[in-house]
Design a protein around this ligand. Sequence first.
Ligand code: ADP
Length: 878
Amino acid sequence: MCSMPARTALNTAQSPPPSRSPAGRQGGTVGIRTWLLLLLAAALLPFFLVQAGVYYVLCLSQRKAGMEANLERAQAVSTEFGAFVADVLHQQATAGSALVLYDQEPEQAEGLLAQAVRNTPCLRHLCFVSPEGRVLASSEPGLTESHLPALPAATQSSHGHEWALSNLFTDPLSGQPGFAVLQNVRDSRGALAGVVVAVVDPPKLDEALPISLAGTGTGTVALIDGAGRYVYVHPWGNVRPGDSAAQPAALLANALASQGQVATYRSAPGEQEWLAGLAPVPSSGWLAEARRPAAAALAPLSTGLLHGTSLFALAGLAALAAVSVFARPLVDPILNLREQALGLGGGQRSGRVAVAGPAEVRDLVAAFDHMAREIDAREVQSALLLRELQDASRLLEQSEARYRSLFETALDAVLIAGDDGRILEVNPRAGELTGYSQQELLGMSLLNLIPAELHTRAAELYEEYLCAQRIEAELALQHKGGQVLPVEVQAVQVPPIGLQVTLRDIGARTRAAKERERLLAEVHRRAAELDAIITSIPAGIVIIDSSGAVMRMNAAAQALLGHAAGEPSRPWPEQMATGLIQQPDGRPFAVEDLPSFRALHGETVQGAVAVIRRAEAELWLMISAAPISTANGRLLGAVVSYVDATAMHEMQKQREDILGMVSHDLRGPLTVIHGQAELLLRWLSRAGLTGNERRSTVAILASARRMNAMIQDLVDAARLESGQLPMEVRPLDLCSFVVDHMQQMAGMAESERIEVIGAEGLPPVLADAERLARILANLLSNALKYSPPESRVTVSFSCEGGFVVTAVTDHGQGIAPEEIQHLGRRYYRTRSARSHREGLGLGLYICRMLVEALGGRLWVQSEQDQGSTFYFSLPVAE
Ligand code: ADP
């Protein structure tokens, strides 16, 4: 299945196969038939040449005979025309003698001349002209007395005759061309008496030349005058009397000078050829010509040649047919053989070739058969070989592609070098690692990539390589930019090329190892620090994993939680005291309320209070917890700290006891003082005592009230801190609440200085009314206390982002900027307040705690000597 495409591929790589048609044979080769035909042609050629030679000779003699026949005819014309002229001269002589000798009357003379014209064929008319040229008598009466001066002179011809023949001229009487025969007439004394002029009509010369004209056939007969013009032509054809003769002038001159002349000529280039004979007309300067077309003269010969050639051609065709027929047994097997050879070349199986023809051809066919069988056998072998070759080639290509891909994309630099160490091939990574381009690396020595100080080491490694044919070592690379890079070198032998060197950049690995070491040391250091901290810290520290299992706990935690050393860890450290750990109010902790559980859910817990009640004692704990997360937010566990707050709780309890005692024990007498002072004041009023007694009583009353307020502050502060000041929040209209509050304050000292600036559309706030009243009372009393007696105090409202902000503004002494930040702390008072005013410094502290407990915020803006504004915000009720 695979062999045929391979064969096609081979065929396409070679020259195209020869055409299957015999006509398509390679150029320059000649077929057997052609050879035979050429041989035949060579055999017939002498016969053809002989026939052509004979025809040529015959042609020459035929032309010569034709010309001589024409010369004879021309001489006959000349003779016959001469006889005609002699006849005319005779008539002229007769008429002239009669006119001169017998002095005829004009009428008689004309009659005589007319009789002569009638006697002589071809004559137009006769005249008798005086030597001066005057027509004395004429056969045409109209001519008498006319003047013909030129004619007598014609009689003075050089040849010494008494007669002359004129050239062709236009007859004045008829206006037609004609020629004249002139005859001198002498008197009895021999003097010239006149000239008889006979004007001949040329076309009528047919009658004068009957013998010559007979049998002209395709030829013509002509008379040419001394001026070389046709006087007479038979048959006329296109020629007219007076036309210039067609013959060359030299031929005419030669003919006049000789007895006769033969010639061939053409009337004009391209015209037919004439075979001509020219003979002079004696004593006239005229020529007689007879001519015949050469083609007509040679026609019989041509016909013979045609017949001969036809026969020759027929014989040739017959020979051709014979060659074709006789060559067939020779040619057909060869053509058949050729077809088989072409088919074999085109990949077809050869069949057996028919064995026929001569012995040599049969031998050839047998040899071809043998060759075809050999080719078939070898073809099968070739196909198998080709298939194996293709499979191997495909595997090789796949392997090459895989190798190339690995080579190109390898993360390590790969260099292939010859045995001399010159680099032959590199991958892209090699370029990146060395800083050289791939092109620059080719041809470079491997040694150039190694720092000079490591050449000795490189030589050692090479020795190792020569022994083991493989090495792996750490070395350094000289980068093009000058840097020295640590690399791991691997060299393996790649026969027959040389060796393959793989370089791996271990710079990053080395750096990473160093960094890892540094980090490990840092981790160890920090772990040691942490260990020290955890061990030394008095608080109990427990670290739990994400499932709540205890990973680590210090001794303090073990002591606090009652965990024995070596006891297996349990989840939720607080649960180690299960049943014992409780909330301050005595309720047990639910798991989800445990600080460790909350921390593992991302919450940071601070200062949660728990109590462990054991038989021997009660342990109060302050618990804080925070999640431990990775940088990307993955929860690893939590750290929980436990601080023993038992002592603090005891102190707080003691303080509360003291405060309870103070508030109870001090308030009792103070209430009595206050009541007695009020009673005293009423008595003094009734008694009309308004002097010192009343002022002293008012002072006692005011002091009692202030003391009561201070005791209240102390008690409230203590309750707030111990979380014993419960809140009952409900929606309140703040503005209305403040106005009501002001009305309750009416009558109190300086309350008239307070102005409430109402605001429309304020949303209700969530607050506890009693605590809110306390906040307002504290802020307003401070504003009144720390501002001049006549100045005003304003209360205003605004709504800001889900909160209603209340502002209490006074125009008092203000607060120094550096002191503002300390306001709101427990017992903090400004310097000026400390020296001039009474107070504990708890009012703002209580305000802040209450506002924050209600979900709001307390802050102040103040400018010294200008006044202060205290703001507090409360959340808007939803
Ligand atoms: P006190 O009993 O001293 O007034 P507070 O807690 O009410 O205690 O106030 C704390 C301190 O804040 C005051 O001692 C005073 O110095 C300062 N302060 C409070 N309100 C004003 C105000 N309106 N103008 C100036 N200073 C004030």
